[in-house]
Design a protein around this ligand. Structure first.
Ligand SMILES: NC(=O)c1ccc[n+]([C@@H]2O[C@H](COP(=O)([O-])OP(=O)(O)OC[C@H]3O[C@@H](n4cnc5c(N)ncnc54)[C@H](OP(=O)(O)O)[C@@H]3O)[C@@H](O)[C@H]2O)c1
Length: 423
């Protein structure tokens, strides 16, 4: 086993966790020697003494340094310095280990090409579900399988918020404010609550599980901002739980990728994964259904994943960047991410006016929406009566047409909320 000389750019939560492992007593300390570091502010206090390590003001210079074999990118961001530095390292033929899902989801295909041209590798176990070794599970443990679908809760912030809303009955804004105070949500939570962060991770999972390169642009993204306590209560009444589900699956010769709030059956392995935890469920042949649950973020879990990649590289274990069980597939990405067939949950708010319910059921019937359950809740006030319904399996496109007509008929006081049901 060769001792790798590594350069670390980014010494924050993950970089700091990695330094602790590199200077600890565990297996990483035996596999690597840190020969260069870079961050934005040289004078900032760090948990590990880095005074004896060469400091680089410019991460791009570190990436190209002849003193490193592997460039470890832990700065973040899909553009700017992180992208330039990773490109520079690969162009210089150096391996890259990164936790940067945004960079790989948006530029993974081009970076993989650059890596191949220069005989370098990119490793990214930490980029998806933090401490859960799902990349290795798919690429190595399940190498002999045909993967039909991978679904998961891939954003701990959203899972924490939905869990707290469920337990306390409080609304999204109040729970988000608490999450920010407790450090579970960023000051600007947009990337998390919009579903984009989970989408970045799903794009990578989809590439290795089903085939192709990461294709973030083709993903359907919906966040949790529109979810209200009434939806969580209604889901419970229906024997289900609402989760922000990231899912990639085969639909004919297409791959459908979406991140959207979904009603999961109570016995679904993800339904009871609560708080900031992440979970991934893989449906594959011949292994069947497999679930992985654990910490999706944090210094220790994420550094564990980065360190695993470094130890692998020190064993000179080599394989193409997005290879996985699905690598021979050339599936097209489905446009729009609409489901061809699913049961759906729909929440409407209507005025407390005679004839409204009849108009709704007539319109749904006209569009062949077959209703499985229909629940009219007590009026919140004269202008707002919540209605919650679930449908039989149907095409999402048809349901959207029916809801579009309802909106035009002026019987809704706000836009409907729509979620698929999963068993
Ligand atoms: N935090 C997690 O639990 C977690 C989990 C999975 C994946 N990730 C990914 O890991 C990466 C790092 O996340 P993090 O949470 O560790 O971030 P962080 O705590 O904000 O740390 C970022 C580090 O990068 C440095 N940096 C930022 N921009 C730079 C620039 N232009 N030039 C030089 N250095 C720069 C910062 O320098 P200063 O220290 O001087 O400010 C800091 O050391 C991101 O891609 C993130 O998505 C994080």
């Amino acid at each position: 086993m060769a001792v790798l000389r590594i350069g670390i750019a980014g010494l924050g939560t993950v970089g700091g966790g990695l330094l602790k492992l590199a200077f600890g007593r565990g297996p990483l300390a035996a596999a690597v020697r840190v020969t260069g570091v870079s961050a934005r502010t040289k004078g900032r206090a760090r948990d590990v003494d880095i005074s004896a390590i060469a400091w680089f003001d410019d991460p791009v210079a570190l990436a190209k340094s002849p003193e490193i074999d592997v460039f470890v990118e832990l700065m973040g961001g899909s553009e700017g310095t992180a992208r330039k530095a990773v490109e520079a390292a690969l162009a210089a033929g150096k391996h890259v280990v990164t936790a940067n899902k945004a960079l790989l989801a948006e530029h993974g295909a081009a970076l993989a090409k650059l890596a191949a041209q220069n005989g370098a590798e990119i490793r990214y176990e930490a980029a998806v579900a933090g401490g859960i070794p799902v990349i290795k599970a798919l690429r190595e443990g399940l190498a002999a399988n045909h993967i039909n679908a991978v679904s998961g809760v891939l954003n701990g912030t959203c899972n924490y918020i939905l869990t707290e809303m469920d337990v306390s009955g409080r609304g999204f804004a109040a729970v988000l404010a608490d999450a920010q105070r407790l450090g579970y949500a960023e000051a600007d939570p947009t990337l998390d609550v919009s579903g984009a962060d989970a989408g970045h991770k799903l794009a990578i999972l989809s590439a290795i599980a089903i085939g192709g390169a990461p294709n973030f642009a083709a993903m359907r993204l919906e966040g949790i901002q529109a979810i209200e306590p009434i939806d969580l209560e209604s889901a419970k009444f229906l024997g289900r739980r609402v989760k922000l589900l990231a899912k990639t699956s085969r639909q004919g010769d297409q791959v459908v990728q979406s991140v959207r709030p979904t009603l999961l059956a109570q016995d679904h392995p993800i339904a009871r994964v609560n708080g900031p935890l992440n979970a991934v469920v893989i449906d594959a042949d011949p292994v069947g259904r497999l679930s992985l649950v654990g910490a999706g973020a944090g210094a220790g879990p994420t550094a564990s994943a980065v360190a695993g990649d470094l130890i692998d590289l020190s064993h000179e274990d080599s394989r193409p960047v997005f290879s996985g069980p699905g690598q021979s597939q050339t599936l097209q990405a489905a446009k729009g991410g609409l489901l061809a067939s699913s049961k759906f949950y729909v929440r409407l708010r209507v005025p407390d006016r005679a004839g409204t319910i009849a108009k709704i059921t007539d319109t749904l019937a006209k569009h062949l929406v077959s209703i499985e359950s229909f629940l009219q809740k007590p009026p919140e006030d004269a202008a707002r009566v919540p209605i919650v319904l679930t449908t039989q399996p149907m095409a999402e496109h048809d349901l959207l047409e029916a809801l579009g007509e309802l909106s035009r008929l002026d019987v809704l006081v706000e836009a409907p909320v729509l979620m698929p049901l999963e068993d």
